[in-house]
Design a protein around this ligand. Structure first.
Ligand code: F6P
Length: 340
């Protein structure tokens, strides 16, 4: 079989490890590979190149994606699906392995329904896909954010400041929850639970009263009670997502004004998506890649590979995109013990 690979949506450490596993195992099974460039834009515009073992053998630890990525939505392009069908045919491609988050896999599901054989591989630093226990990239993002919290704590203590650390997480606060817990944050604010600014100020005051600076970790999608998401721009992408960013800066100004304690904001942004994957993410990506090529080899399409417990399983693509995995209230309640 000739199999096309693509990576869509926000990049994420571990993408290259998936590509490597697919191509190395698949080549040994007798398959050929084509890399489509920049997500769904590749098959849409017919931009591809052959992928052979030499292209991938040394990319295990490399961040980003050697195929490039985009947030292109072929269902927003007139005749997009027909264009994809024709370009796959022209490239002699029999099936696709699409590596992405809810948007990329949503397109994969619709293409499957439209008769194009696809296997999906879940990725997102946000860890918000319902059908898998973990997505790769999340562990790396949490490690980076935790290290940032550790580093910010020493400078906050030295200057008797409060520091607000804004991390990624549009609808789900997993990165904030895990990095805040691992870094011993004095407050964690997530999109799932609107926050009260006075309560946050109370945490900051009580820390200073005990002689300590505060670190508040806030997810970019967190909202104050009665308020709305803070947007970086008014733009939306092809999947209708607004660009978030700025809640940390807004909150820091509120804390400083209400408590009188100097408060600074640090936005971690794309630092969380860059660089080398952790060992955990390399292992998870590799195992996902191996399962994805096994599925394609067996002609088992319309599915996504997933982690359940310690097993890599296959789930229907419809299940993969059905539900966003948000932080359950009981998980948030666990960490509230450490606030203030
Ligand atoms: O891929 C997920 C994510 O990192 C979100 O956490 C974030 O809101 C978004 O991507 C940012 O995307 P972009 O880099 O396209 O602005």
């Amino acid at each position: 079989m000739r199999i096309g690979l693509l990576t869509g949506g926000g990049d994420c450490p571990g993408l290259n490890a998936v590509i490597r596993a697919v191509v190395l195992k698949g080549s040994r099974l007798g398959h050929e590979f084509v890399g489509f460039q920049d997500g769904w834009r590749g098959p849409l515009e017919g931009r591809s190149r052959p992928l052979v073992e030499e292209d991938v053998e040394d990319v295990l630890s490399r961040g980003g994606t050697i195929l490039g990525s985009s947030r292109t939505n072929p269902y927003k392009v007139d005749g997009g699906v027909e264009q994809i069908r024709q370009n796959l045919e022209a490239a002699g491609v029999d099936a696709l392995i699409a590596i992405g988050g809810e948007d990329t896999l949503g397109v994969a599901k619709r293409l499957t329904d439209d008769g194009i054989p696809v296997v999906g591989v879940p990725k997102t630093i946000d860890n918000d896909l319902g059908a898998t226990d973990y997505t790769f990239g999340f562990d790396t993002a949490v490690s980076i954010a935790t290290e940032a919290v550790d580093r910010l704590r020493t400078t906050a203590e030295s200057h008797h400041r409060a520091l607000v650390v804004e991390v990624m997480g549009r609808h789900a606060g997993w990165i904030a929850l895990h990095s805040g817990l691992a870094g011993g944050a004095n407050g964690i604010l997530i999109p799932e639970t609107p926050f009260d600014v006075d309560t946050v100020c109370g945490w900051v005051r009580s820390r200073f009263e005990r002689g300590h600076a505060s670190i508040i970790v806030v997810a970019e999608g967190a909202v104050p009670e009665g308020g709305a998401e803070v947007l970086a721009t008014g733009e939306t992408d092809a999947f209708g997502h607004v660009r978030l960013g700025g809640v940390g800066t807004w909150l820091a100004a509120e804390i400083e004004q209400r408590t009188g304690h100097e408060t600074r904001a640090v936005v971690l942004g794309h630092v969380q998506r860059g660089g080398t994957p952790t060992a955990y993410d390399r292992v998870l990506s590799t195992r996902f890649g191996l399962q994805a090529i096994d599925a394609a080899h067996e002609g088992d399409f319309g599915l996504m590979v997933a982690l359940r417990g310690t097993d890599i399983v296959r789930v229907p693509l419809s299940e993969a995109t059905a539900e966003l995995k948000t932080v359950p209230p009981e998980r948030y309640a666990e960490v509230e013990t450490f606030f203030g």
